[in-house]
Design a protein around this ligand. Structure first.
Ligand code: F6R
Length: 260
């Protein structure tokens, strides 16, 4: 079962997760972080910048992004390549050659998935994968119906997801219809999954992912198949969890030697 940690705010969650990542990086400077985009991981990236300012050296870390839109012009400010560069690569001083994002350019899109899988395999996979969850229950952009064995490939976004992500674009029409996303099978290979969710809008999907039936209709439920999952959420996102009192109890009685 996933460990569920409920904190007071996204900022507290960001500091908590960033402190864990920074400690791993100090122990193993070539640590590999799986980065998510969207709004949810931003407090983690902000807190990682504070860890960097306080002296943790992230320059030897490798990063792999979860997904990318298909067909945005190179350098588009909302491409996930641009977001990762802006939020992670540049402020943390990573070597750009060690920051990987699926290639969403139309030229060669047919092989984008297998090229990304090959890069992940050649590197040896991801140590800690940050995840957000969409209101459809997607992890990465694995919309409902995605196979739990799926690898990186082109997927079609649901209208729900396009509407939710329209806030980053001038209009809904500007939101791409297709993406390249790590598959659920790819995500499940990461050695540690850290799923973040904040706000009441995520409560239903989060509860279904953590406590509901394991089903392709709820891609987030794939986390139940992984041996090491930490779910870090705020009170609003925790609102629909049936066992939240138990999660609190478990946190209050957690053995001191146990990390996350
Ligand atoms: C982004 C990603 C998505 C988002 C999800 C939630 O790389 O893979 O799964 O995590 O759409 O988006 P936000 O965080 O904007 O609510």
């Amino acid at each position: 079962m996933a460990e569920v940690i409920v904190l007071d705010s996204p900022e507290d969650a960001g500091r908590f997760v960033a402190a864990h990542i920074a400690a791993q990086v100090r122990r193993e400077p070539t640590f590999t972080l799986g980065v998510a985009t969207g709004s949810t991981p931003l407090p983690v990236y902000e807190a990682l910048r504070a860890e960097s300012a306080a002296g943790t050296d992230f320059s030897r870390m490798t990063a792999f992004a979860l997904d990318e839109y298909v067909g945005l012009p190179a350098g588009h400010v909302e491409s996930y390549r641009s977001v990762v560069d802006r939020e992670v690569t540049e402020p943390l001083g990573l070597d750009a050659a060690r920051v990987h994002v699926p290639d969403g350019s139309l030229d060669g899109i047919e092989t984008a998935g297998e090229r990304y899988e090959a890069a992940l395999d050649a590197h040896g996979g991801v140590d800690l994968q940050l995840l957000g969850i969409g209101r459809t229950g997607h992890l990465g952009f694995n919309e409902p119906g995605s196979s739990f064995g799926s690898l990186t490939r082109v997927k079609t976004l649901t209208e729900r997801t396009r509407i939710d992500n329209a806030r980053f674009f001038d209009s809904l029409d500007d939101v791409p219809i297709h993406c390249v996303t790590q598959g659920l099978g790819t995500i499940l290979r990461a050695r540690h999954l850290v799923l973040l969710a904040f706000g009441a809008g995520k409560a239903e999907a989060l509860a279904a992912a953590v406590e509901g039936p394991v089903s392709a209709s709820m891609p987030g439920s794939a986390i139940q198949l992984h041996q090491r999952v930490t779910v870090v959420i705020d009170r609003e996102a925790a609102a629909s969890l049936e066992y939240r009192d138990y999660y609190r109890w478990a946190q209050d009685h957690k053995p001191q030697w146990q990390g996350i």
